[in-house]
Design a protein around this ligand. Structure first.
Ligand code: MSP
Length: 633
């Protein structure tokens, strides 16, 4: 059995989850799902880091005991992840008794081995970092991360001698060039190692800090929070009592951001080596999400809350954006504008459109069933081959955490499929009665959707499952990369649902996400019926367009002046389908009693009706001219 063990950092509970935490956790979830698609058994660990000074101070600031406080915030983290469709195997908290036992067990072992010594130390302590800083680390006399002057402290403490293992670690990094990814971070670590390692202070006197794990051999001390936290990666899989920990440990990969490179790339491998355990397999390091060029962080207060984004845009759009926008390893700038633009372009216009066109044509021309395909032509073969080779390339990029490149390749294939629809023009084939050819074209497109739904599952799981369902397939059976690449799984005659648009276009950042995307349970709600009185509430009238112009700064919006019979202004999202000049004089159907809404600064007093199909959008017009304002119904 192929196995994979993936971890996120365990997050400090001194603040609520923000988009930076969400990114790492989405990456881990995506990789976990990607591995599952490839047949791996996966253990995905995340959790919270709950000891230390920071936490005590955060609790005090809220008038709570540390225990009450950590319970509260850990719960917030736990509740946030399902909103983003994150499915972890275990959520670990460092205040759990089994984790504490592991930390004490390790301290005892290393103490007995002689790796831990006791001594007096005088140094410069940064309370933000919760550690002593070396003079070399200071910038202008200040802590480089917190920009505060460190406090001189003289204390007796326990130290872990890192320098003993320094050469071994340099050698390990040289022998395993892909131990730290991307390679730039490996160079950084080698640089730090060559400067030499000082002993790591791994205790805190209880007189100064009591919120921590007590030393097993000295009750006057608690464990330094990093020494405690790193061990979660072992306690989380049951080390040392549950024998299954070993099978997971052999395949461990950690995912972090560059802020915590040093503890993960230096302290942790050395701790493992000292314990006589193999080091983890790989460390994946990403950059920062910035907001207006500054790192998004709780200390700067410039955070975006994942829950807010999900309620506005839906989890799949957020996941897609995070993975598509950031080149793993480098920093990226976050903005809602960019999220809307990116997902409108690639999820709504390209992928969503392909899904919508294909499923509605199958509904219309094939009675909603997978058609019997006629003979395959070179065009069909080309589309199939390009798609399958795009998936192969996508797979390679996914394996290397280059999600943004993978998605860009896949999107290229989606655009190719949309061009295929335009060239093959199934509506013409239908008109001319070329059933065999029509069957082949639509079959090819349905297969393309099946393949795309499976390979996109790690990124947009909910939409992918909805699409598979609409194709009449069961996600449990189809979610395998090998099966995805077996062309021709769809059986002619099988029923296909048109479903609702997967990714309706969003107008601008503040627009609400369609409710459907928030909760797929709604998909299952039966079609509702209403008494006629309900319908009569709507004031539908014929309106005549007397003027039309583009709304500046948008590509979709037209500002229309209509007579119905009074004059009104209506903003309509039809600029991609109609030029302003061809609208003047047309009669349309207006919903006249909608609450006026301001759209891009223009007050819109109604909505005009249109129908949409795979060829585009068409306004509803009366068969013959009627008096403006005539009632519709
Ligand atoms: N508790 C330690 C980790 C211990 S792991 C054994 C910690 N916690 S933290 O809450 O500060 O989380 C840091 C991690 O959160 C980063 O490594 C990264 O995964 C994520 N991010 C926090 N802010 C981020 C950005 N602005 N951008 C990207 N990721 C960020 O350090």
């Amino acid at each position: 059995m192929k196995r994979s063990y993936l971890t996120t950092p365990i997050y400090y509970v001194n603040a609520e989850p923000h988009l930076g935490h969400a990114y790492t956790t989405v990456v881990a979830d995506t990789v976990a799902r990607w591995k599952r698609l490839q047949g791996y058994e996966v253990f995905f660990l995340t959790g919270t880091d709950e000891h230390g000074d920071k936490i005590v101070r955060a609790a005090e600031a809220r008038g709570l005991t540390p225990r009450e406080y950590v319970d509260r915030i850990a719960e917030k983290f736990r509740q946030t992840w399902p909103l983003l469709h994150i499915q972890y195997t275990r959520f670990i908290r460092t205040t759990e008794p089994d984790h504490k036992r592991v930390v004490q067990h390790v301290l005892q072992l290393l103490y007995e081995k002689g790796d831990i010594s006791f001594g007096e130390y005088e140094g410069l302590y940064c309370f933000g970092c919760e550690r002593f800083l070396t003079r070399k680390e200071l910038r202008d006399g200040l802590c480089p991360d917190h920009r505060t002057p460190p406090t001189p402290l003289r204390e007796s403490n326990y130290f872990f001698d890192l320098s003993r293992y320094q050469n071994w670690l340099i050698d390990h990094l040289q022998k395993h060039p892909d131990f730290i990814q991307p390679p730039g971070y490996r160079e950084e670590v080698l640089g730090l190692l060559r400067e030499g390692l000082e002993p790591l202070c791994i205790s805190r006197p209880k007189s100064r800090l009591s919120w921590g794990i007590e030393f097993p051999f000295d009750p006057n001390y608690v464990t330094y929070v990093w020494f405690d936290a790193l061990l979660n990666y072992l306690s989380g899989i049951g080390y040392p009592d549950d024998p299954s920990w070993e099978k997971w440990w052999q395949v461990a990969e950690h995912i972090i951001a560059k802020d915590i490179l040093k503890p993960h790339a230096i302290y942790w491998p050395i701790m493992l080596r000292a314990l006589g355990l193999p080091v983890y397999r790989r460390l994946h390091v990403h950059g920062y999400w910035n907001l207006n060029q500054a790192k998004m962080s709780k200390s700067l207060g410039n955070v975006v809350r994942p829950g807010d984004l999900v309620s506005r845009y839906g989890a799949d759009r957020v996941r897609y954006f995070l993975l598509r926008e950031m080149a793993f390893g480098q920093d990226a700038e976050f903005s809602e504008e960019a999220l809307v633009l990116r997902t409108n372009a690639e999820l709504a216009n390209d992928f969503g459109n392909l899904v919508f066109r294909t499923l509605s044509m199958v509904g219309k021309y094939c009675q909603g069933r997978v058609p019997v395909p006629g003979e395959e032509t070179p065009e069909d073969r080309t589309l199939k081959e390009r798609l399958l080779s795009a998936v192969e390339n996508f797979a390679r990029e996914m394996d290397h955490f280059r999600f943004h490149l993978g998605l860009s390749l896949l999107n290229e294939a989606v655009r190719e499929a949309n061009r295929y629809v335009d060239h093959q023009a199934p509506w013409e084939l239908n008109k001319k009665g070329k059933q065999d050819r029509l069957g082949r074209v639509l079959y090819t497109l349905l297969e393309a959707l099946r393949v795309l739904a499976v390979v996109l599952w790690p990124i947009i799981p909910r939409s992918s499952e909805l699409l598979l369902g609409n194709l009449g397939l069961s996600p449990a059976e189809e979610l395998s990369l090998e099966r995805a690449l077996t062309w021709g799984r769809l059986k002619p005659g099988q029923e296909v649902q048109r479903g609702k648009a997967l990714f309706p276009r969003l107008e601008r950042p503040s627009f609400e996400v369609p409710d459907r995307e928030k909760d797929s349970a709604e998909e299952k709600v039966e079609e509702k019926t209403y008494p006629l009185e309900e319908f009569k509430k709507w004031d539908l009238r014929v309106a005549e367009i007397v003027a039309a112009e583009r709304v500046p700064g948008t590509d979709r919006l037209l500002r229309l002046t209509v007579r119905c019979p009074e004059e009104r202004t209506v903003v309509a999202g039809i600029a991609e389908h109609y030029r302003p000049e061809e609208l003047v004089g047309k009669q349309v159907v207006l919903v006249a009693n909608l609450k006026p809404a301001r759209i891009r600064g223009v007050l819109s007093q109604g909505m005009i009706l249109a129908a949409r199909d795979e060829k585009g959008l068409k306004l509803l017009v009366p068969e013959e001219t009627v008096t403006p304002g005539a009632e519709v119904g």
